[in-house]
Design a protein around this ligand. Structure first.
Ligand SMILES: Nc1ncnc2c1ncn2[C@@H]1O[C@H](COP(=O)(O)OP(=O)(O)OP(=O)(O)O)[C@@H](O)[C@H]1O
Ligand SMILES: [Mg+2]
Length: 278
């Protein structure tokens, strides 16, 4: 790889196509990049958690943000979904810089993001249908009967049409995650963000959730951004990825995780992706 793995798009939001090769990507062509990060730093107050992040996310890809605990995956996701202004750099959606746009534009963009948070965050006093209906009630002018139809449809998409009237405490952890997915999809987002979707699930439920993510991508063609350090998930779902390093506070590489496992020139990345095999 080049000595600087992320000089690719820095300074130019729309560079021309650049060469790619197996393993560490030497350059990120921005053609049809749904999301583009240009020299982004994220953190809290004066503390920089990740700096100099420059990479693109292709439309329709499942893109995984990986890295060890505390490396800043959730922090980066907060900036991508519009909850935390980056300390530096630009985040572009379809070529438009999110954080430079007027607030009204930003809110419009945020409504097109569906987010499933690490904590799950379902309302325990509401049925599954009421949980999924909530964003529709808040952000649309649909009639109650139409909201009912959409909520039931979204629950059907995640295989839970028979459980609309159940409460979160009455279903399994894996099913609760699916409700989180259904709620994230309520407003027909064009990007779905998932923070550690398989956290707290047994391996079988985690694999079923991976399958759901892939099924939804196939049927809805939604761009999916998934934060995870679960290796099985990473290899099952990721088309592309970025690796965040806690020690150096920046990205080490981007690329398809299977290719990185075999061909990355960075030992830390190969080791992370082959944990448990040695
Ligand atoms: N609200 C906050 N204010 C200040 N520092 C924070 C805040 N949230 C997280 N941090 C710090 O930012 C760093 C990165 O945290 P973050 O939650 O983004 O990591 P992560 O990669 O998602 O970790 P995990 O895999 O454990 O979920 C940590 O050192 C954490 O202590
Ligand atoms: Mg996290």
């Amino acid at each position: 790889m080049s000595s600087d793995p992320h000089t690719d798009s820095a300074g130019d939001p729309l560079p021309g196509p650049s060469p790619e090769r197996l393993g560490d990507r030497v350059a990120v062509p921005s053609v049809d990049r749904h999301i583009l990060l240009d020299a982004v730093s994220v953190g809290y107050g004066d503390t920089v958690i990740q700096r100099d992040l420059s990479f693109g996310i292709r439309r329709g890809d499942v893109f995984v943000i990986m890295g060890g605990s505390g490396s800043g995956k959730s922090t980066l996701m907060r900036s991508l979904v519009g909850l935390l202004a980056p300390q530096a750099g630009r985040i572009l959606f379809d070529g438009v810089s999110f954080w430079d746009a007027p607030q009204r534009e930003r809110i419009r963009r945020m409504r097109r993001n569906g987010v499933m948070y690490q904590s799950g965050a379902l309302w325990s006093s509401m049925t599954l249908e009421e949980n999924v209906a909530l964003p529709l009630e808040q952000y649309t002018r649909l009639t109650p009967s139409r909201i009912h139809d959409v909520a039931v449809y979204k629950l059907a998409l995640v295989g839970l049409s028979a459980y609309c009237d159940y409460y979160p405490s009455e279903i399994s952890g894996g099913m609760r995650k699916r409700v989180g997915v259904a709620r994230a999809m309520a407003l027909d987002p064009d990007i779905l963000f998932f923070d550690e979707p398989s956290a707290g699930l047994d391996p079988l439920s985690a694999r079923l959730l991976d399958e759901l993510i892939l099924e939804l991508r196939e049927s809805l063609h939604t761009t999916m951004v998934v934060v995870t350090h679960d290796l099985a998930s990473i290899f099952a779902i990721a088309d592309d990825s970025v690796f965040l390093d806690a020690a150096t506070h920046t990205m080490l590489t981007t690329g398809n995780p299977r290719e990185l496992r075999e061909h990355s020139e960075i030992a830390l990345v190969r080791d992370f992706l082959s944990r448990g095999e040695r």
